[in-house]
Design a protein around this ligand. Structure first.
Ligand SMILES: [Cu+2]
Length: 286
């Protein structure tokens, strides 16, 4: 009976999601769909979800609902006073085993191709190592010597114009547009997970392990957000991910400035970030 009650809701939800995925496309305030894909990998995930999986789920839900409604109507006590004693039907059982297997095969084929894409680290032009801590991220540009810094949430009372509460950080990760990047993940205390849906990236950061994930080239420069997606303690919700994607030339000058400022111990924009990063570095040198 409870299944019967839940079904209309499930169907309504599937319908709403389906309609929504075809219309609203971006991470807009109040929106509840996946964010607009920013690269090839995220696009393939979005398409798989919205134009392959969801219609299939919708179809199955509609079919099961129709069956239930028909059964309730046709085999009610009133219309069917003497129930059939049938318990087995070989043909029917073969069909309801084979059809789901077939549906799963139809789902798994494109899904495997995307999964393979999340493993493809070939042709990466640079490497960034991300370390999760309770409760902030540290980013190291491993091709650029000692350049590394922490990325810490800006507290509510220090939010400035143009920044977002619970999403903006003092020193965002800065990456170049149109560049494939090898992302490495690890953690310093407990398991975290670095997830930016716009990039199609979600990878666990595990202490003592170095996980890798490709960041496919992002075409559009801009600011992208993500969150720690592994329950990592009391401030799990307070370690957002903010990524600034700059055009290649601008990234180069940012990198030069960052390296200089870092060497001199002068922060570019956020004192506590860079002084902390330097502290970490001098400790590891000593
Ligand atoms: Cu975390």
């Amino acid at each position: 009976m409870s299944r019967l009650l839940n079904l209309p809701y499930a169907l309504l939800f599937a319908a709403a999601t389906l309609v929504n995925s075809y219309s609203v496309h971006a991470a807009v305030p109040g929106g509840y769909n996946l964010p607009e894909p920013a690269n090839k990998l995220a696009q393939s995930m979005f398409d798989f979800h919205s134009y392959w999986l969801l219609p299939i789920v919708f179809g199955i839900s509609a079919f099961v609902l129709a069956l239930l409604v028909y059964t309730c109507y046709r085999f009610s006590e009133h219309r069917n006073p003497v129930p059939s004693k049938t318990t087995h039907n070989a043909y029917l059982e073969i069909i309801w085993t084979l059809v789901p297997v077939l549906i799963l095969l139809i789902i798994v084929a494109p899904s495997l191709r995307i999964l393979q894409g999340t493993d493809d680290l070939s042709n990466a032009e640079m490497t960034i190592k991300t370390t999760g801590f309770q409760w902030y991220w540290n980013y190291a540009y491993v091709d650029e010597g000692e350049l590394a810094f922490d990325s810490i949430l800006i507290p509510d009372d220090q939010i400035k114009d143009g920044q977002l509460r619970l999403m903006s950080v003092d020193q965002p990760l800065v990456i170049p547009a149109n560049t494939k990047i090898k992302l490495q993940f690890t953690a310093g205390d407990v398991i975290h997970s670095w997830a930016v849906q716009d990039f199609g990236v979600r990878m666990d950061a595990v202490p003592g392990l170095l996980n890798e994930f490709p960041l496919e080239p992002v075409k559009k420069p801009g600011i992208y957000y993500g969150f720690c997606s592994e329950l990592c303690g009391s401030k799990h919700s307070y370690m957002p991910i903010e990524v600034h994607v700059l055009p290649k030339d601008k990234f180069k000058s940012w990198l030069e400035e960052a390296k200089k400022s870092f060497d001199l111990g002068n922060p570019i924009s956020t004192p506590q970030t860079f002084s902390h990063a330097q502290e970490t570095t001098s400790q590891s040198q000593g």
